[in-house]
Design a protein. Structure first.
Length: 83
């Protein structure tokens, strides 16, 4: 199983703060996961295909080309701004 988290405005836009996918339900790569989740609808596609979307893999910022393994936690969140 993997856990997928959505933070800040993404959680609100998707109406979902997390998903759990069992072994066999998730693809091998992050890019393939993005494609799979984007099929859930226009809001999902907008969030997951935004080039500014940040990704954490097991609570560490990561590049977007890693391989997903059983037990992983993947988090998507919008770019952080301050002021």
């Amino acid at each position: 199983m993997i856990k997928i988290l959505f933070f800040a405005g993404y959680r609100e836009k998707l109406g979902c703060d997390s998903l759990k996918l069992n072994s066999g339900e998730y693809p091998e790569t992050l890019e393939a996961l993005r494609v799979k989740l984007s099929e859930k609808g226009a809001d999902w596609q907008e969030v997951l295909e935004d080039k500014r979307t940040l990704v954490a893999h097991n609570q560490a910022m990561t590049r977007k080309d890693f391989t997903i393994s059983e037990g992983d936690e993947i988090a998507f969140f919008p770019p952080v701004t301050g002021g």
